[in-house]
Design a binder for this molecule. Structure first.
Ligand SMILES: *Cc1c(COP(=O)(O)O)cnc(C)c1O
Length: 807
């Protein structure tokens, strides 16, 4: 869209280098170039940003706000350049000036404001919203520290703080004049007014300012620039009580504790984190965002909020922002003077909820006492929502009377956030077909009985602009060469590739690109770790958060098995394989950290054993994040998606790798099932227990892990190696893993799925030997991956939940 030529760009870079960096080009570093480029992009996009906002206001369109505690944005320079149509020109200009564009973009610190899939989904959704010209914005928290930086030292995970704001972050704009006041604690007083209605007044609250920092979200070549608004907690300096504080140190203390609210992201993924500070963060996000939404609504609409549901929809990403429900009720009743019934009607037409998990440890609960002291008015409202809901069940659903305890929002002195979110929203969606079915039939069966029309499925997606066009330009060019560029705006057209799946010259090109990407990753691995990997070997990749249900343990058991086989028979003819891992474990998750240690231990043994003759390599790349994912994914041959069936809600790593031509080796879980349905059984490797079988075992028992230990020599040998120390040295043992499997009866069915997994791997190896069959499979995966563009997902949200129109 922008008509800047490389020459013009060279000129503006040269000028800006002087005016903004005070340097001549010849003295400029990569970092100087990075800041100059971002400044040029900002100059370009700011007018469009303003225009977009004015346009939404002028047309008074319905808008969606995506509330999320996490946005795993990664770097923005390249994607903003790409979406602005400036990427190629900028690369050319940088090269002319003697700079390596990749190094320049690498100067940007990842915005790691998320743990994993849930946060990355939020970022992909924003990209699709803007690219499809939907009026939709993100609301989140500007954590000063993102997800910890991982180092591996002697095989152990060490966590370092991720101070991503150490240097200026060029994409954010502070909007101090739009700050919003948030109240915590204090007391609530109730008055009866003359008309008999109740009025609520709050006293002695702690006040915090939420200051917004806006990040532009650039649509793909369409002049749309939406916003991601991140709130930062600051002292309310205009406060009288603070201004009158004479105790200087007390004041500093107070300031510090307030800034903690946006201090750091809790490094937990799909497990419960019960810290009061986390609850404060959730309310902070929710209150700031909703007050802001209402303020904006009032700028373009009549003062009354009767028509709020016509203009606003709030999607909450998991239950973390579910206080949005009582908070909106509070504002409607206490500030806008609505009665309960009317406030409830409005609230339940505005809020929609996305569920991301059925793992019981991840279902959020908060002690009522904590909510009561931190948010006394919200506690009263939640209490009332609960009372009315329970009464409704009692009176209208006698068949559920004996289940009230399992349905109540408040039970055993805990507030169950998922129940609150279901009751207070108009839509509840799961994130893959099987996940939604499990919600409806098992996990939330009774709620489905109560509200059948609320439940719906929206299978996740990923932005193909970042995850194909940007990270794999070579593959993108090969695709465009044969089917033209239409797939870029309509990813479903990737399906046309199927016509070329037997075309040898085309397949040769696909092969060449994959090999070049593998060479690039091999070089990266060598630079980072000193490990030399064979770029002709099968690159077998498992990159995701470390969790028992994701079963990195099963993967490394297979590697140990292969190693043992090769030790027994060093001349065995096998296809060389490189196993690549990337994973962070929550700092308090002991067993997950043991698995990281095990992977690194196996790597150090396998990679240095001369008997192995380089046929196996194991690489653990530290600090898995978006930028690392972008390096690994284009080079993957095998995509390991081996969660215990029923546990992975959707997965999105599976989609990213499929889109880059990797073949999935996985269980029938999450979106793997939908991948299988599209590509067919011949283009995917499926193994292991089904979700029904797993749930059946959980329900009725019948699985005994020790039986497998006793009967399968391969399994026993591996477990004994863990128990007894490697090679009898006894210096490093993995007894905890051994005990966990045998004494807790292998809750994730690692041993049960071991044999089918080995068999599947053997099939992988055989298939890889036939190059054209393999390339055929690879192309089938790329061709069908269009369905997993987040454009499709957002289209579905827009038409069936949000009722949103393009602008
Ligand atoms: C896509 C992505 C994830 C999610 O991966 P899953 O395999 O779906 O768990 C996690 N972290 C990062 C950095 C990602 O890019």
């Amino acid at each position: 869209m922008s008509k800047i030529t490389a020459e013009e760009l060279v000129e503006s870079i040269t000028n800006k280098m002087k005016t903004e960096r005070g340097k001549d080009l010849k003295d400029a570093s990569d970092k100087d170039l990075y800041y100059v480029i971002t400044s040029i992009v900002n100059d370009e996009l700011k007018p469009h940003w303003l225009e977009t906002e004015k346009n939404y206001k002028k047309r008074n369109v319905r808008q969606v706000y995506y509330l999320s505690m996490e946005f795993l944005v990664g770097r923005l320079a390249e994607s903003n350049l790409l979406n602005f149509g400036l990427l190629n020109t900028t690369n050319e200009a940088l090269e002319r000036l003697g700079f390596d564009p990749e190094k320049v973009y690498a100067e940007e610190h990842d915005a790691g404001l998320g743990n994993g899939g849930l946060g990355r989904l939020a970022a992909c959704f924003l990209d699709s919203l803007a690219s499809l010209r939907y009026p939709g914005h993100g609301c989140g928290i500007r954590y000063r520290y993102g997800l910890f930086e991982q180092r591996i030292i002697h095989g152990n995970q060490i966590e370092l703080p991720d101070y991503w704001l150490k240097e200026e972050y060029p994409w954010e704009t502070r909007k101090a004049d739009e700050a919003i006041k948030i109240h915590f604690g204090g007391q609530v007083h109730m008055f009866k007014k003359n008309d008999g209605s109740l009025e609520f007044k709050y006293e002695n609250t702690d006040q915090v300012m939420a200051v917004p920092y806006d990040i532009p979200i650039v649509g793909f070549e369409n002049q749309v620039v939406n916003s991601l608004r991140l709130w930062s907690a600051e002292l309310a300096t205009s406060d009288e009580d603070v201004a009158h504080t004479t105790q200087y140190y007390h004041h500093l203390d107070h300031n510090h504790s307030i800034e903690q609210i946006s201090g750091f992201l809790y490094p937990d993924d799909s497990s419960h984190e019960g810290k009061e500070l986390r609850l404060k963060q959730q309310y902070f996000l929710v209150s700031a965002s909703i007050q802001n939404i209402i303020k904006k609504y009032k700028e373009t609409n009549r003062k009354s909020l009767n028509h709020l549901p016509d203009k606003v929809v709030i999607q909450i990403n998991d239950t973390h922002p579910s206080l949005a429900i009582p908070e909106l009720m509070r504002i409607l009743m206490d500030e806008e003077h609505y009665g309960w019934e009317d406030a409830w009607k409005i609230t339940t037409k505005v809020i929609a909820y996305t569920n991301h998990t059925t793992l019981s440890e991840a279902l959020e609960k908060w002690p009522t006492a904590m909510i009561q002291s931190l948010l006394p008015r919200l506690h009263m409202i939640i209490d009332e929502i609960n009372e009315r809901f329970c009464k409704e069940i009692w009176l209208e659903y006698p068949e559920l009377r004996n289940k009230i305890h399992e349905l109540a929002i408040i039970a055993d002195n805990q507030v169950h956030m998922a129940r609150l979110a279901i009751v207070g929203s108009f839509s509840v969606n799961g994130v893959a077909r099987i996940h939604t079915e499990i919600l409806k039939k098992k996990e939330m069966k009774d709620f489905y009985h109560l509200f059948p029309n609320k439940f719906n499925n929206k299978t996740n997606g990923i932005t193909h602009r970042r995850w194909l066009l940007q990270v794999n330009p070579k593959l993108s060019d090969v695709i465009t060469d044969v089917i033209g560029p239409q797939w870029i705006s309509r990813p479903n057209q990737l399906i046309s590739l199927l016509r070329y799946s037997k075309d040898r010259p085309f397949l040769e090109k696909i092969d060449k690109v994959k090999h070049e990407n593998k060479q690039a990753l091999a070089k990266f691995i060598l630079d980072r770790t000193g490990i030399k990997v064979d770029d002709k070997s099968i690159f077998d990749v498992q990159i995701k958060r470390l969790h028992e249900y994701k079963r990195q343990l099963l993967n490394i058991f297979h590697v140990i098995y292969l190693y043992n086989e090769l030790k027994d028979n060093p001349n065995q003819d096998i296809t060389p394989r490189t196993f690549i891992f990337g994973a962070k474990a929550a700092p308090s998750y002991h067993l997950a950290k043991e698995v990281i240690k095990l992977i690194n231990k196996v790597a150090s043994i396998v990679n240095h054993d001369p008997d192995i003759k380089d046929k196996l390599k194991v690489v653990f790349l530290e600090n898995y994040n978006v930028s690392l994912a972008e390096k690994i994914i284009p080079a993957a041959d095998i995509s390991e998606q081996i969660s215990t069936a029923s546990k992975e809600a959707s997965g999105t790593g599976n989609m990213k790798m499929m889109m880059n031509g990797a073949i999935t080796l996985g269980t029938l879980d999450g979106a793997n099932i939908e991948i299988r349905d599209l590509v067919g059984d011949n283009n995917i490797f499926i193994f292991g227990l089904t979700a029904d079988e797993v749930l059946e075992y959980y329900h009725n028992g019948g699985y005994v892990a020790r039986d497998i230990y006793n009967t399968d020599d391969r399994v026993r040998r591996i477990l004994d190696q863990l128990n007894e120390g490697w090679f009898g040295t006894h210096d490093i043992e993995f007894k905890d893993i051994f005990y966990h499997i045998l004494y807790h009866n292998d809750p994730y069915f690692v041993l049960k799925d071991f044999d089918p997994y080995i068999v599947s791997h053997e099939l992988v190896e055989q298939s890889y030997r036939d190059k054209f069959t393999w390339l055929n499979m690879s192309v089938a995966n790329i061709a069908h991956s269009g369905k997993f563009s987040s454009d499709r997902t957002i289209q579905e949200y827009a038409s069936s939940i949000w009722n949103l129109n393009k602008v």
